[in-house]
Design a protein around this ligand. Structure first.
Ligand code: NAD
Length: 481
């Protein structure tokens, strides 16, 4: 299929090409803006406009960024936690001041509808405020010995240099979930944002410098995923790799990191089930399925993908969701790859006897939301994360079978449940094998609770106390006399 928009980030320029007044985003290394030989154009998937040009880092640039971070973190880690928290709070306030501009930029570079972009920036900034306050609370604890001067001090110590590799679908949130706790715990960071939408992520790094955080604490090296991924994941001075993205890339990153015994966190895709109990409020079911099924045009790890309904309610639930999506306008699919997958998944489901409502192309990479019935295990969109705006309804005869289907695919990120009786709802919710289960509603992420992929959805956790402790190692200082 011909791509009517063009690949974001695909147009490489060489040094000296005419660039007119398109804004340029150089590398950020050691607190300085660093020009490169090669630049990539970022093209809006919604309009086809060139939004900016971003520097393509080389392996040498990645090495320079790691060395800058290596030089910066020891002193930062000795800054008393209260002062570290105050510096991060200044950064959080600067992000608040720039929120409207950041949301506009995200809207421009990836076509995310402005209200969704504004919400992402607002939620991400809450995370920076939260971890600024957590920095103060990251204290050692003591177990006294036989005398006052003896005993065990159990103290948190930073890891050192953290490399962050993130995707384009929530380009700011996914960096901030790593950056804020890493800095709060006394580490430095080298960030490699996604090629498709690097500009807002770059701006978040740049504002860390503008906020007066020490040079080298936050570095940004955009560019080719495999090249920079290998450079960062195999670098001897990188202590931890924090990755969000696809399972395919996660396996490659693990292969680099595991033999080098670095710390690793992986936040991967999901295949969200929404379990509907017989006494559920069906308007609420339709709202959860619609809001979470089609948010970010389905390009969300926490999407509702399968609505598991009692058989007798299937028609009613289908009608209610269909009514809600009739006028729903989505932002574009950000990549041509995603657009092709959307077409392929729906064609495959239809060929296997499923009924597809909507899902048609509108223009460019804009598509209608799709609602699928009559598809079961063995159909690709039921077994693999669609990552496009597709919700499937699957009927069940009893709650046990619905829970078994919820847990069947090798994913475990976010599950949802709607039910009337709260006791029964909580009992069933605990059987859903996901790091997050949302009961009777749809807001998933809060700064103070961990967000973790179970099974094929990842390793480790972000946000909350576990998301802070993911960036420290514990030292036991045993004082014997
Ligand atoms: P991706 O894995 O293709 O890319 C993610 C990052 O890895 C990008 O920065 C990319 O440049 C880089 N990369 C690509 N190839 C690489 C390689 N060989 N070595 C090292 N780095 C490489 O992911 P994507 O398609 O951009 O993102 C979509 C996936 O991310 C979906 O599965 C989605 O569910 C998942 N996701 C998960 C979460 C979560 O918190 N669990 C959040 C958002 C997205």
């Amino acid at each position: 299929m011909e791509d009517p928009v063009g690949q974001p980030g695909a147009g490489r320029l060489r040094h000296g090409d005419t660039v007119s007044d398109i804004p340029r985003y150089p590398l950020l290394i050691g607190g300085r803006r660093v020009e490169t030989e090669s630049w990539s154009r970022i093209v809006s998937p919604a309009t086809g406009d060139v939004v900016g040009e971003i520097a393509d880092a080389t392996v040498e640039d990645a090495d320079a960024a790691v060395k800058a971070a290596e030089a910066a973190w020891p002193e930062w880690s000795r800054v008393p936690p209260v002062e570290r928290g105050a510096a991060l709070e200044r950064y959080a306030r600067l992000l608040d001041d720039h929120a409207p501009r950041l949301a506009e930029l995200m809207h421009a570079e990836m076509g995310k509808p402005l209200p969704e972009a504004q919400a992402e920036i607002a939620r991400a900034n809450e995370v920076v405020h939260y971890f600024a306050a957590e920095a103060e609370r990251l204290w050692a604890s003591q177990v006294p010995g036989p005398t006052l001067a003896t005993g065990s001090w159990i103290r948190p110590s930073p890891l050192g240099v953290v490399a962050s590799i993130t995707p384009w679908n929530f380009p700011v949130a996914l960096i901030v979930w790593k950056l804020a706790p890493a800095l709060a715990a006394g580490n430095a960071m080298v960030a490699k944002p996604a090629n498709e939408a690097p500009l807002t992520a770059w701006s978040v790094c740049e504002l860390a410098i503008e906020a007066g955080l020490p040079d080298g604490l936050v570095n940004c090296v955009p560019g080719d995923g495999p090249t920079l991924g290998e450079a960062l994941c195999t670098h001897p001075a990188v202590a931890k790799v924090a990755f969000t993205g696809s399972r395919r890339v996660a396996e490659q990153i693990s292969a680099w990191v595991a033999p080098r015994l670095k710390a690793l966190s992986l936040e991967l895709g999901g295949h969200g089930p929404l379990v509907v109990l017989p006494d559920a409020d069906l308007d609420q079911v339709a709202e959860v399925a619609t809001v979470q099924g089609y948010a970010n045009a389905g390009q969300a790890c926490y999407s509702v993908n399968r609505v598991l309904v009692p058989r007798e309610l299937e028609g009613d639930v289908r009608e209610r969701i269909a009514a809600r999506i009739a006028d729903l306008e989505l932002g574009p699919l950000v990549t041509q790859r995603g657009h092709l997958r959307h077409r392929r998944l729906l064609a495959d489901a239809a060929a296997r006897g499923a009924t597809v409502l909507g899902g048609e192309d509108i223009e460019g990479r804009r598509v209608e939301p799709a609602l699928v019935t009559g598809a079961g295990p063995g159909v690709e969109l039921i077994d693999e994360e669609p990552f496009t705006p597709i919700v499937a309804i699957m009927p069940f005869d009893d709650v046990e079978s619905a829970v078994a289907e919820a847990n069947r695919p090798d994913y475990g990120l976010v599950g949802y449940l709607c039910g009337g009786d709260l006791g029964t709802s909580l009992e069933v919710a605990q059987q859903i094998q996901c790091g997050t289960v949302v009961v009777n509603g749809w807001r998933v992420v809060v700064p103070y609770a961990p967000y973790a992929g179970w099974r094929g959805s990842g390793v480790g956790a972000e946000l909350g106390r576990p998301g802070l402790e993911a960036f420290i190692r514990w030292q036991h200082l045993r004082v014997l006399s």
